[in-house]
Ligand binder design. Structure first.
Ligand SMILES: Cc1cc2nc3c(=O)[nH]c(=O)nc-3n(C[C@H](O)[C@H](O)[C@H](O)COP(=O)(O)O)c2cc1C
Length: 156
């Protein structure tokens, strides 16, 4: 079994991270998101160094993490490939004061200022301080073994 396969056994949530750079919206599906610190509130995610959006996310200064709802599998797929303008097509969203895209339907969002960039092999880890956040009731989309799903909780 490859290391990639072994890593894929780790079940995660799914997010779409967005930023605004050089007059354009940028977004990509991301499951490396995680929470780090409560005081101050900090989160992290990692981006492939070869990603086309790498420069946008590492130089714009801020980004917004949209935590996808269980019914947003199509959104996860739409933001995983293709030209940037097509990723935002047919999506309901609004821009924040920092110009980052907040997707309608997400169960939670965290808008962050990039405070630390850590090089780690073929990825960079982006550590952000949370400037704003929100959430609502609903189940998050789940990803494991390269499949999307929903969480089936045990009874009590
Ligand atoms: C479920 C899922 C999770 C992903 N998580 C990440 C991630 O954490 N970091 C990353 O760099 N790419 C991740 N990707 C791949 C990126 O979404 C994809 O490579 C990127 O959108 C390619 O576009 P770009 O090169 O134009 O930026 C993920 C893809 C999927 C389907």
């Amino acid at each position: 079994m490859s290391i990639k396969e072994a890593m894929s056994r780790f079940t995660t949530g799914v997010t779409v991270v967005t930023t605004h750079f050089e007059g354009q919206d940028w977004g990509m599906t991301c499951n490396s998101f995680n929470t780090v610190s409560l005081e101050p509130a900090m989160v992290l995610w990692s981006i492939r160094k070869e990603a086309h959006s790498h420069q946008a996310f590492t130089q714009s200064g801020s980004y917004l993490v949209n935590v996808l709802q269980a019914d947003q599998k199509d959104t996860a797929l739409q933001f995983a490939s293709g030209p940037q303008p097509e990723r935002f097509a047919h999506q309901a969203f609004e821009h924040t004061a920092l110009n980052n895209v907040k997707l309608q339907g997400a169960v939670a969002w965290f808008e962050c200022r990039l405070v630390q960039l850590v090089s780690a092999g073929d990825h960079d880890i982006l550590i952000g301080e949370v400037l704003g956040y929100g959430s609502r009731d609903g189940d998050g989309l789940v990803y494991a073994n390269r499949h999307f799903g929903v969480l089936a909780a045990f009874e009590s």
